[in-house]
Structures are given as structure tokens and as C-alpha cells.
Design a protein around this ligand. Structure first.
Ligand code: MG
Length: 158
């Protein structure tokens, strides 16, 4: 068994869609980024890569690379999960937390889990997604951005 951790934060800006776990959440502002800025997918992909010692998202999908411009970040999770499968490993479980002041995302968590499970080719029960605020504190509390953290437990052969 191997564990990996991932963290990401992006700025909230007008004129962008708020995409979390591949779900478009209605919001006046969205996450800035070279890709779709999906912090949840980025944290999970980094956790998966960390578990198998395969570097990080920045290494695999450089933000200078035009191929990843406005990319759907679910594809990053899919690729990371594919690397685990390629090593003969399997994902035991994922647990993630979105840190965002507003809008409230609790009603969208089911859709995020379904999207993530689908691209990782695992049962939805394997994917945990939670959401919290920072009670008005810090960059999240001031509405400047959103963050996400994730852990991944992976079983690898040998
Ligand atoms: Mg990111």
C-alpha cells in the first residue's frame, strides 16, 4: 500500500466557469488557470501521482504546453489513474476536501464523485469528496480563491 497527498489553490476571477470535479457549479466567478482551473481534480491527480512516486501535475502537464490550455482537468485524473493501472496497481480510496467560501457546493458533490469515479474506473464508493469554508479567514475567506486537498491510497504489486 502506498499513500499520496495533493494540494492546490487557484484564484477566483470573473469571466471563468467554476469547474470542480468536472462539474460546472453556477457562480459569478470561476477559477483562473491554464487548464479549467479545477483545483479538486488537480489535488486528486497530484495525490495519485504522489502515491506511485511519479512526480506531479506540473511535470506531466506543464502549463506552458498549449495542449493543456483550457483542458478539462478530469483528463489529468484519468491519466494519473491510468499510470497506476499501467504499473499493475489499483486505487484503494481517495479522500478530498474542497475549501471554498462561496458558492456552497454540497449539492454538487455527488456529480463530482461520479465524474471522478468514471475517469478513474473505480466504484463511486472509492471516491470521497467533502467541502468546507475557512469561516471567513484567509484567502479563501476573503473570496480570493479556492483550494482543495486530497489523499490517495494505492495498492501496487510487489
Ligand atoms: Mg492547479
Amino acid at each position: 500500500m502506498r499513500v499520496g497527498i495533493g494540494f492546490d489553490a487557484h484564484r477566483l476571477v470573473p469571466g471563468r466557469s467554476l469547474v470542480l470535479g468536472g462539474v460546472k457549479v453556477p457562480s459569478p466567478r470561476g477559477l483562473e488557470g491554464h487548464s479549467d482551473g479545477d483545483v479538486l481534480c488537480h489535488a486528486i491527480a497530484d495525490a495519485l501521482l504522489g502515491a506511485i512516486g511519479a512526480g506531479d501535475l506540473g511535470l506531466l502537464f506543464p502549463s506552458e504546453d498549449p495542449r493543456w490550455k483550457d483542458a478539462l482537468s478530469l483528463r489529468f485524473v484519468e491519466r494519473a489513474a491510468g499510470m497506476i493501472a499501467g504499473k499493475g496497481g489499483s486505487i484503494v480510496n481517495i479522500d478530498a476536501t474542497i475549501v471554498l467560501e462561496s458558492p456552497k457546493v454540497a449539492g454538487f458533490v455527488g456529480g463530482m464523485r461520479a465524474n471522478l469515479a468514471k475517469v478513474m474506473r473505480v466504484d463511486i464508493a472509492v471516491v470521497g469528496v467533502k467541502a468546507t469554508t475557512t469561516d471567513g479567514l484567509g484567502l479563501v475567506g476573503r473570496g480570493e480563491g479556492a483550494a482543495a486537498m486530497a489523499v490517495a491510497l494505492v495498492q501496487t504489486p510487489g
